[in-house]
Design a protein around this ligand. Structure first.
Ligand code: HEC
Ligand code: HEC
Ligand code: HEC
Ligand code: HEC
Length: 375
């Protein structure tokens, strides 16, 4: 189980990373996951789909639809473990800003967590032996709830990100006791609680351990492999983001994108040596050849002598930048940088779209590339 709050933010790289974490939770067999405000950043549908794919249940006891007052996710979840029925509740602070970039944020609200738990508890208690509350609120507030609302056996507090090496006990044997646990953040700790429950659903004894997942804990080989694979993917996404940021068009992932030609100057910011070797090459001067023949407005010639002729955002946009056979004639649109469609290593066929028999009868890849090679 997890107290929620695994989503990082709205940049594409953050989304990719967050959804990977969710996938790994599924892989490791997480069963019940609380919804924290941050987890709504990609919208309710993405969250629901993520949970479905990874076969864990989401719980959110105090998150409601504004229009109907109905819960957005299950207000409680029941799991049977070794014959003991456990009910899970999950709350976040009321009035919390619900991931401002979530398109659904306006249609939801959070009510007072204590009120929500009080409302749900009688019905839940009737069905289960033990009640666990995920509280994505401060430690103090979790204690207060356990103290005031009787009937919470275990509370996992996550709002502060503290680590509790020993559970905090609230209440006493006659009124009922609650144990409060806190397992830090970013999955750096695994809290393990073993307990013996009486016929009447009271925790008689328990043994609690906090395991720090430091370098003494060996990586699981399959997870390590997946993390390695994922890191490569993340690097690609980050490259793409770097280009977008350099262009000043960092935008929400949800906005539809149109791929663009950026021009060699943009590439030069990070690929100085490739730019240096290109700028003195015949490719950089291909417009001059047309001007020489006074054919610089002629579509039949432009299609091989400029970048992205008549393609969206290609020449005749940005004539100074795109009026040559520049980087993106061979590598593809710059905004694809880091994505699968970006051409990292153009093939000889890329050359022969222009170097055809009619216009370049002597074309031979090896000798021609030797004259154009760049790092
Ligand atoms: C903000 C910096 C930045 C800009 C701007 C940029 N790149 Fe890159 N590019 C990188 C980085 C970083 C790498 C990765 C280097 C590596 O992995 O070794 C890279 C890799 C590449 C590669 C090799 C890809 C591969 O998988 O080996 C090509 C080709 C490339 N860039 C072309 C371009 C072109 C063309 C442009 C202009 C449209 C451009 N880059 C703009 C930073 C940039
Ligand atoms: C978008 C079209 C286009 C693509 C793609 C293209 N070229 Fe060219 N290339 C040209 C044009 C146009 C010229 C002539 C430039 C000028 O002098 O006006 C040229 C000139 C050259 C020259 C100089 C030839 C000379 O006589 O000096 C070499 C070498 C060359 N290209 C190699 C390549 C290689 C190698 C590739 C593939 C990796 C390639 N080109 C891809 C359009 C293209
Ligand atoms: C199918 C692509 C293509 C088209 C269309 C095309 N060119 Fe070229 N052009 C090339 C390539 C490739 C080269 C380089 C050939 C080589 O050196 O092997 C070139 C070279 C040239 C050169 C020689 C540059 C030099 O100094 O050697 C001139 C001039 C030229 N083209 C003018 C034109 C004109 C004018 C038109 C339109 C009537 C035209 N081209 C249409 C691809 C094309
Ligand atoms: C004529 C086509 C063409 C043009 C124009 C071109 N490239 Fe390339 N580029 C290639 C090819 C082909 C390769 C792959 C070479 C190889 O296989 O090692 C390449 C490789 C690269 C690499 C990867 C180098 C490496 O070893 O990882 C970078 C980065 C790059 N180009 C950047 C640029 C930039 C920046 C520009 C513009 C200033 C540019 N290219 C213009 C054809 C082109």
């Amino acid at each position: 189980m997890d107290g929620g709050g695994w989503a990082l933010g709205n940049l594409e790289s953050q989304k990719v990373q967050s959804l990977f974490v969710a996938d790994m939770m599924g892989h490791m067999g997480y069963s019940v996951v609380n919804v924290a405000p941050a987890d709504l950043v990609y919208g309710v549908d993405v969250l629901r789909q993520t949970a479905l794919t990874n076969r864990f249940a989401l719980v959110a006891s105090n998150l409601r639809r504004k229009s109907t007052g109905k819960p957005v996710f299950d207000p409680y979840v029941i799991r049977e473990v070794q014959g003991i029925r456990i009910g899970f509740l999950g709350v976040m602070n009321e009035g919390e800003s619900l991931a401002p970039l979530s398109s659904d944020a306006d249609s939801m609200l959070t009510i007072d967590p204590a009120t929500a738990v009080r409302e749900l508890l009688p019905a839940l208690r009737a069905k289960v032996d033990l009640v666990v509350l995920f509280a994505h609120v401060s430690q103090r507030r979790t204690q207060q709830m356990c103290d005031e609302i009787k009937g919470i056996d275990l509370a996992v507090s996550g709002g502060d990100g503290f680590v509790n090496h020993k559970p905090t006990e609230v209440g006493n044997d006659s009124t009922g006791k609650s144990l409060i646990l806190e397992a830090g953040q970013q999955g750096k700790y695994v809290g393990a609680l073993k307990f013996v429950v009486s016929e009447t659903g009271k925790i008689l004894r328990y043994d609690h351990q906090m395991h720090s997942l430091d370098k003494n804990v060996k990586d699981d080989s399959l997870v390590a492999f997946k993390v390695g694979e994922f890191k490569n993917h993340l690097r690609e996404v980050r490259k793409r983001e770097a280009v977008e940021q350099a262009m000043g068009t960092e935008q929400a992932v949800s906005a539809p994108k149109q791929e663009k030609f950026l021009g060699a100057q943009m590439c030069a910011r990070c690929h100085a040596s490739a730019f240096e070797s290109w700028k003195d090459s015949p490719h950089a001067k291909s417009m001059a050849s047309l001007e020489h023949k006074q054919m610089e407005s002629s579509a039949e010639c432009l299609k091989c002598h400029v970048t992205g002729f008549n393609q969206p955002n290609g020449y005749p946009n940005s004539q100074a930048e795109l009026g040559s056979v520049s980087c993106e004639s061979c590598h593809g649109q710059g905004t694809l940088h880091g994505a699968g469609e970006f051409v990292a290593r153009p093939a000889p066929q890329t050359c022969t779209t222009c170097h055809d028999a009619k216009n370049s009868p002597k074309f031979d890849y090896a000798s021609y590339w030797a004259r154009m090679a760049h790092q």
